[in-house]
Design a protein around this ligand. Structure first.
Ligand code: GLP
Length: 244
């Protein structure tokens, strides 16, 4: 779906999430959200916060699993996705802290494998992800599933692509400060979500969006795996959709 404007598109995506939260609430069920960081979802979170404050949208039945986190990374660090999520969403809504799951970038190296398996298991134990929000990196990564990521991959440790580190460099005040690794949900983890919405804004995403939607399905562009999902929507603005 191509919108004139990313703000209008974001409001619509937030509305879909709010409707799902309310529907689950009416059924007495939890709503499991898979959440993304980066600039793309910021307006969606802003709108959800507005709906909480002005329309009484409650997050008391919401359980969240974030896609990824840098490794190593302390929670208190302003570049952490933990910080980002609290700043943009969690600090402003009534979600219980114990319902928030973000990969822990401070886990000791020797415990990472086991930690990733337990993250994956926790998602399954909650019945899987009802709604997965995604952005896309210039390498075609979703979460931090860089080129080469396997179709059946689960939550794991990954080495970041050089392009990804270049793109992250400004917020780390230089590429040397950007971690080389991350923990990310896998392609299979994302694919197992019942509903997926990928956000793409601006001309600088146009090339990778074209490859993702019109290109051959391949591990070279991990986001192409979404072509096979039966309930995935790419929500774009005119810039991101300009090469389609
Ligand atoms: C990071 C995140 C991705 C995100 C991507 C794009 O690499 N790990 O989940 O999709 O950035 O970020 P932006 O939305 O700022 O373009």
């Amino acid at each position: 779906v191509i919108f004139e404007d990313s703000n209008v598109a974001s409001v619509q995506v937030a509305q879909e999430i709010a409707d799902l939260i309310r529907k689950k609430q009416a059924l007495g069920q939890n709503c499991v959200l898979g959440l993304a960081t980066g600039s793309s979802p910021i307006k969606v979170y802003e709108e959800l916060v507005r709906m909480h404050k002005e329309e009484g949208l409650s997050f008391s039945n919401v359980i969240t699993f974030n896609l990824d986190e840098y490794l190593p990374m302390d929670k208190g660090n302003m570049q952490s996705y933990y910080y980002f999520m609290h700043e943009h969403l969690f600090n402003h809504v009534d979600i219980p802290e114990e319902n928030i799951n973000i990969p822990d970038g401070s886990i000791p190296q020797e415990d990472v494998v086991e930690y990733c398996l337990s993250y994956e298991k926790k998602i399954k134990d909650h019945g899987g992800i009802d709604f997965q929000l995604l952005g896309i990196g210039r390498t075609g990564h979703i979460g931090f599933n860089e080129p080469g990521s396997h179709y059946n991959s689960g939550t794991r440790i990954i080495t970041l692509d050089h392009i990804t580190r270049v793109d992250a460099a400004p917020s780390f005040l230089g590429i040397d400060n950007v971690p080389r690794k991350a923990i990310t949900m896998g392609i299979a983890t994302v694919r197992s979500a019942k509903r997926i919405v990928l956000l793409g804004w601006g001309n600088n995403k146009a090339k990778i969006i074209k490859k993702t939607i019109e290109g051959e399905i391949s591990s070279h562009v991990p986001a192409t795996y979404l072509q096979e999902h039966n309930n995935a929507t790419f929500v774009l603005d005119k810039g991101a959709g300009s090469e389609l």
